[in-house]
Design a binder for this molecule. Sequence first.
Ligand SMILES: [Zn+2]
Ligand SMILES: [Zn+2]
Length: 323
Amino acid sequence: MKAAVYRGPHRIKIEEMPEPEASGRKVLVKFSAGSICGTDMHLYRGDWRWMKKGIILGHDACGVREDTGERVVMVPIVNCGRCYFCLRGLPTYCIKGKFYGLTRDGFFAEFKAMLPRSLIPLPSGVTDEEGAVMEPVALALRVLDLLSPNTQDWVTIVGQGPIGLLMTKIAALKGCRVIAVDLEDYRLELAQKYGADAVVNAQREDTVKAVRELTKRGSDLVIEAAGTMRTVEQTPFLVRKAGKVALVGESKGYLNLEDADEALFFTVYISPVEYPLAVELIAKKAVDVKGLITHRFRLEEFEKALKTLEDPQEKPLKVVITR
Ligand SMILES: [Zn+2]
Ligand SMILES: [Zn+2]
């Protein structure tokens, strides 16, 4: 079967790989569609050198169960259910946990063997393309639940890529006032469609000043979703006293917390438990992931898809890979 294999930075190739088998309790899932995530781009650029070579990429995808013919979303984290973290309701940190597309072979392949408990049925009203963009919705739900905003709280969301835009949408659903920050106007225009009350173009405006002016006392909540050192280091100056800051994804940087009186800072990366709710919200048309899809490629064109994501001229958001 064809699969997108990691061979090192800038060396991700479509290769012929052995087909997995439906052994034990696992069932075969035939790939329908998947989307490329910021994590995949970190690997492509060589930011994460610990990644083992020869692993099949992909952790956000849907397919068809070979045994039942059911359309399903594949959940990329498998947990044991018995360890310290699992027993505390924190399956993301399972000691024996496997992460498909990172520590184990992922979903950008014609077939994947999966445990049925890691498969979420897709309702008929949800397309394959929509089923391919589930991980950032689940993450946005998790982050907003952790922040537990009050109605009309100010939430500043730095970075309006696919993850930031979905945070904007979920924060708006929760009744927050959202300030969306990005360097690109096309992303900020979409942020307004996704429910942002105010937008700040950080290329033209001083983000801290703009946020302080809008909120008077600083933002009640801050979500850092751009993943740069500069934006991480900016967060203590955006949050109000005793506010909360979620650092999503890459969170390298030095936090000067001198003036961030009693603010709460935390990191969050992924969440396997919100997948069913993510599917439900998309099915109900409460969250639009289709609007994030800017490019579509076939599995054979995987390298072209990566290059497109690297090219700002293409104005990429979500790039979807189909069979
Ligand atoms: Zn991801
Ligand atoms: Zn566990």
